[in-house]
Design a protein around this ligand. Structure first.
Ligand code: GAP
Length: 512
């Protein structure tokens, strides 16, 4: 099945099974804004818990905060977002559609990568086991031709971005003969900068009102609280502050479902270090964060690093962790060495000293910062894409199953009476009443057992338990495992042990 079709199926699965709904659905939705349903919110909360505990529980030098979305507007001037938080946009005059100029060029680079990979795959098939991929890549004429073209375009693109050269970005689009996917024409406007921050008025009268911004990142809430936390928590450098919260960006190109949203959630951690030690910590956090992703068991090939060509105005090193979505490798998390830019700016604009006195060095300095920043929604999407699975069964039927890591599953256990009478529902409810304190359980008595299993497979429930007449006599139930579909007869009193071993967050955290 084409990857595009797989992605469409995942999007409709999310809606059909209560994971993600378009916002304001009955009013035909609102562009790039989404709501999480009854199963979505559980999965999302579990992802957030996995992140939070990996930061705050596992590190005694990382603490959390929850800062307000509205902040003093000068913060965004100091941070550089008022002047520099822009995307280069370009319009197609025929379709009247607006695009990000950098994204158009990145898509062109991805097409070139595809051509190279196709050549390699064709050759691998032709030569079979004797195929030497490295040699082929370095000697095959067609591959070399594509690679050289790609490299030249990449260099030109990186330079244009670094120089903020909008004319050059447009020229690349013209030279590469990039066409609008809607009109198919090359009738492009100039490239312009577009600020991504939303703003609103705070205050009751229009003349007295103050223009405030909806935060485009949660990080600034951490920077401006850095000294409060350091002092009240008696934190010693190196230490980190973690936060999970909403962020807002007026994205020009809002596509690909919850990948690029206008209202989304971030999980950010700022790690404060001594000046000069930042690149060592950057390397360490890069590795730690990749381990966090890999512990989910989706396979090492699903991830890659992407080092930035264009560094943000605050960074001296930056990399993305990309995940292989059905539409290619895409950024899920950014790890940035933000220097002391933000703290120094806040010192300058607020006029308050926020220096740290280092007792070991006996000197004061403005700490340097390593940031790890991951989008909850993008993480959610990557988990959905990696878990969605259509299986052909031996009996000729098929099933859709979400092979979610058990600690992230919205429902851990479904309890089902075989029939709706003879005391079986009461026994099923009794089991739930004992286990509901440990994990999310769901009672289901409607339809055949087979249909009930399918429903639970579709939302990723790792365990189903069936209560039958025998249960009333021997206090044993049939437990069914989602991935293997195997069934086993087990005593009710052992359910807690069997299930909690696999579904508890500890099992995941220990793999990091
Ligand atoms: N504080 C640094 C920062 O915000 P970023 O690379 O702009 O860095 C970090 O964003 C993460 O936030 C991204 O890796 C992505 O997962 C998520 N993110 C950014 N913009 C997003 C959007 N429009 N929709 C969903 N997630 C987004």
């Amino acid at each position: 099945m084409a990857q595009e079709d797989v992605f469409k199926k995942i999007v409709s699965h999310c809606k059909e099974y209560g994971f993600v709904f378009p916002s304001s659905d009955i009013y035909d939705g609102l562009g790039a804004v989404y709501d999480y349903g009854q199963n979505g919110v559980e999965l999302k909360n579990n992802i957030k818990r996995y992140w939070w505990e990996s930061m705050v529980l596992l590190h005694d030098n990382i603490v959390g905060i929850d800062s307000a979305i509205f902040m003093h507007p000068t913060i965004w001037k100091a941070s550089g977002h008022v002047d520099a938080f822009n995307d280069p946009l370009i319009d197609n005059r025929d379709s009247k559609k607006r695009y990000r100029a950098d994204v158009l060029i990145e898509e062109q680079l991805a097409k070139m990568d595809d051509k190279i990979e196709k050549e390699v795959a064709k050759a691998a098939k032709r030569f079979g086991e004797s195929f030497d991929e490295a040699q082929f890549r370095s000697t095959n004429e067609r591959v070399l031709e594509h690679s050289n073209k790609r490299e030249a375009l990449h260099q030109r693109f990186a330079k244009a971005l670094n120089d903020s050269n909008l004319e050059e970005l447009r020229q690349i689009i013209i030279d590469e003969e990039i066409v609008c996917p809607i009109s198919g024409t090359k009738n492009w406007t100039e490239v312009r900068q577009f600020n991504l921050m939303f703003n609103t008025d705070m205050g009751s009268t229009s003349d007295g009102a103050m223009k405030v911004y909806l935060r485009p990142e949660t990080a600034q809430g951490i920077f401006v609280n850095y000294l409060n936390v350091q002092k009240t928590g008696r934190m010693k450098i190196p230490f980190g502050i973690a936060q999970i919260g909403k962020a807002f960006r007026n994205e020009i190109v809002a596509r690909q479902f919850i990948f690029r949203m206008r209202e989304f959630e971030q999980m950010e951690m700022q790690f404060f270090v001594r000046p000069g030690e930042e690149l060592e910590w950057f390397k360490q956090w890069k590795e730690t964060r990749l381990k966090w992703h890999k512990a989910l068991g989706f396979g090492d090939k699903s991830y890659r690093y992407h080092d930035h060509d264009k560094l943000a105005h605050y960074a001296n090193a930056a990399t993305d962790i990309e995940f292989l979505m059905p539409f290619g490798y895409k950024e899920v998390e950014g790890i940035h060495s933000r220097t002391n830019f933000d703290l120094s700016q806040h010192e300058k604009y607020s006029g308050k000293s926020i220096k740290y006195f280092d007792p070991e060095l006996n000197e004061s300095y403005t700490p340097y910062v390593i940031e790890t920043s991951i989008g909850v929604d993008r993480m959610f999407l990557s988990v959905m894409c990696a878990s969605y699975c259509e299986e052909q069964l031996e009996n000729g039927e098929s099933r859709v199953v979400l092979k979610l890591p058990a600690p992230l599953a919205p429902i851990k256990l479904a309890v089902m009476p075989l029939i709706k009478k003879d005391g079986l529902p009461e026994k099923a409810r009794e089991i739930i009443d004992t286990l509901k304190f440990e994990f999310t359980c769901q009672y289901d008595e409607k339809d055949s057992i087979g249909k009930r299993y399918r429903r639970q497979d579709a939302i990723g429930t790792p365990y189903c338990v069936t209560v039958d007449h025998q249960t009333l006599e021997d206090d044993c139930v049939t437990i069914r495992f989602r991935d293997t579909m195997e069934q086993e007869r087990v005593p009710v009193k052992e359910l807690s042990n069997i299930i909690s071993e696999k579904v508890c967050m500890k099992s995941l955290l220990k793999k990091i």
